[in-house]
Write a protein that binds this ligand. Structure first.
Ligand SMILES: *[C@@H]1O[C@H](CO)[C@@H](O)[C@H](O)[C@H]1NC(C)=O
Ligand SMILES: *[C@@H]1O[C@H](CO)[C@@H](O)[C@H](O)[C@H]1NC(C)=O
Ligand SMILES: *[C@@H]1O[C@H](CO)[C@@H](O)[C@H](O)[C@H]1NC(C)=O
Ligand SMILES: *[C@@H]1O[C@H](CO)[C@@H](O)[C@H](O)[C@H]1NC(C)=O
Ligand SMILES: *[C@@H]1O[C@H](CO)[C@@H](O)[C@H](O)[C@H]1NC(C)=O
Ligand SMILES: *[C@@H]1O[C@H](CO)[C@@H](O)[C@H](O)[C@H]1NC(C)=O
Ligand SMILES: *[C@@H]1O[C@H](CO)[C@@H](O)[C@H](O)[C@H]1NC(C)=O
Ligand SMILES: *[C@@H]1O[C@H](CO)[C@@H](O)[C@H](O)[C@H]1NC(C)=O
Ligand SMILES: *[C@@H]1O[C@H](CO)[C@@H](O)[C@H](O)[C@H]1NC(C)=O
Ligand SMILES: *[C@@H]1O[C@H](CO)[C@@H](O)[C@H](O)[C@H]1NC(C)=O
Length: 312
């Protein structure tokens, strides 16, 4: 035993007695996160000393990873997975597996000083993959149907967060979540539940977002006719009927209570004449909800215009 080794041995024994009292916190506060098959770097807060450390030693759950003093002693299973920075004591651990999760301890003996120790925790996560949203296959009709959306993925799932049409999805009297956010329950569905749902599944090292379009058949709602309520004779007049509806509504038009055989959203009058004056009724029908609604626009000739009068 030369003098240096002896001093090291004495220091090791001494520091063993002094235990946790000496040199705490030479590792930043954890925990550290790593992905399966990935790499993690345990850095210390130490700067390289003028003379090299007498010894640097890393252990995991009490077992040796590497002890580097005069020579290097590497624990079983670590030979090709680690790199030690002898100057700062930092350790790189590669090819992570879930079983690498746990507490790591570093013990450093600087040249001629008491030992310093640090502990930190590593959590290894399986990367998230294959995220999907499932929903029972059923035709949903507003106020009549209920449904649920279930978000599944492989890997270590820490959180699931739901969004609808790019905004956070919040619980309401109709929308509720299972404790782990895996399932969203919507009972009953209404028009505001129609749209694109996203589920973002994450853990500290990976994230995946999956989308699902939920079709809620609703309407027709908010039916209205846009167009002038008055126009001069001879003028081209276009009336447009709109309704919020899934699937899109079909339209029909009546003039003064008579069928017109116009069945598109637009009602076009090429040249306004007396026979075109009166009450236009647009009826919107939804072929799935079997609901319909209608609205009326009264088209007049110009104010005070004696030239245009209803034929009635
Ligand atoms: C021990 O390992 C360290 C870090 O990899 C290296 O710098 C050093 O040369 C090694 N020492 C011996 C004696 O192999
Ligand atoms: C989801 O909805 C379907 C159809 O309504 C129902 O059969 C199923 O039990 C629901 N699942 C859950 C977890 O509530
Ligand atoms: C569930 O979602 C809420 C709100 O989106 C979020 O704050 C919470 O962290 C999530 N919980 C889990 C376990 O994913
Ligand atoms: C749909 O349900 C939400 C949440 O209860 C409610 O705020 C909204 O007014 C409803 N919309 C319709 C069209 O009934
Ligand atoms: C959902 O619908 C939108 C159009 O409304 C489409 O662009 C998108 O690809 C659809 N997404 C899925 C997951 O089907
Ligand atoms: C109907 O119009 C109201 C007021 O503009 C709006 O809040 C609501 O979302 C509309 N309903 C649908 C189904 O578009
Ligand atoms: C029809 O539409 C009107 C006006 O938008 C609305 O007040 C009424 O509630 C609707 N009726 C039905 C059955 O949807
Ligand atoms: C509209 O109906 C009335 C009676 O219901 C009829 O007298 C009139 O000729 C009809 N007009 C057209 C354009 O069909
Ligand atoms: C609308 O009317 C045209 C001609 O009368 C007809 O060919 C078409 O099938 C109708 N469309 C609908 C949706 O009723
Ligand atoms: C249109 O409807 C209004 C109000 O219901 C009524 O006063 C008017 O006489 C109607 N016009 C025609 C041409 O039927």
């Amino acid at each position: 035993m030369d003098e240096k080794m002896l001093r090291t041995a004495v220091l090791l024994i001494l520091s063993g007695y002094l235990g946790i009292c000496v040199g705490e916190g030479i590792l930043p506060p954890g925990p550290l996160s790593g992905g399966v098959a990935g790499t993690v770097m345990f850095t210390t807060t130490l700067r390289p000393a003028e003379s090299p450390f007498s010894s640097v030693s890393w252990s995991f759950r009490g077992g040796n990873i590497i002890t580097s003093a005069e020579g290097n002693h590497t624990g079983a299973g670590y030979a090709n997975r680690i790199s030690l920075d002898r100057a700062t004591g930092a350790l790189e651990l590669r090819n992570l597996v879930l079983e690498d999760s746990g507490e790591y301890t570093v013990t450093i003996i600087p040249d001629g000083e008491p030992q310093k120790q640090g502990k930190t925790t590593l959590n290894v996560y399986a990367l998230i993959s294959g995220a999907t949203i499932r929903s029972p296959a059923a035709i949903l009709i507003e106020e009549k149907s209920s449904t649920n959306l279930t978000c599944e993925a492989s890997g270590s799932i820490s959180t699931r967060v739901w969004m609808k049409d790019g905004r956070p999805l919040n619980p309401s009297d109709r929308v509720s979540f299972s404790i782990d956010n895996r399932t969203v329950f919507i009972q009953p569905v209404n028009s505001s539940n129609h749209g694109t749902y996203q589920c973002r599944v994450s853990n500290p090292v990976s994230t995946m977002t999956v989308a699902h379009n939920l079709t809620v058949n609703f309407g027709p709602h908010n039916i209205s006719i846009t167009g002038p309520s008055a126009a001069p004779p001879g003028q081209k007049v276009i009336l447009q009927c709109t309704a919020a509806s899934v699937p899109p509504a079909t339209f029909s038009w009546m003039l003064n209570g008579n069928e017109t055989h116009v069945n598109s959203s637009l009602y076009i009058i090429e040249r306004l004449g007396a026979e075109n004056i009166g009450n236009y009724t647009c009826t919107a029908r939804n072929m799935v909800t079997l609901q319909e609604n209608s609205t009326v626009l009264n088209l007049r000739g110009y104010d005070g215009g004696s030239c245009l009068k209803s034929t009635k």
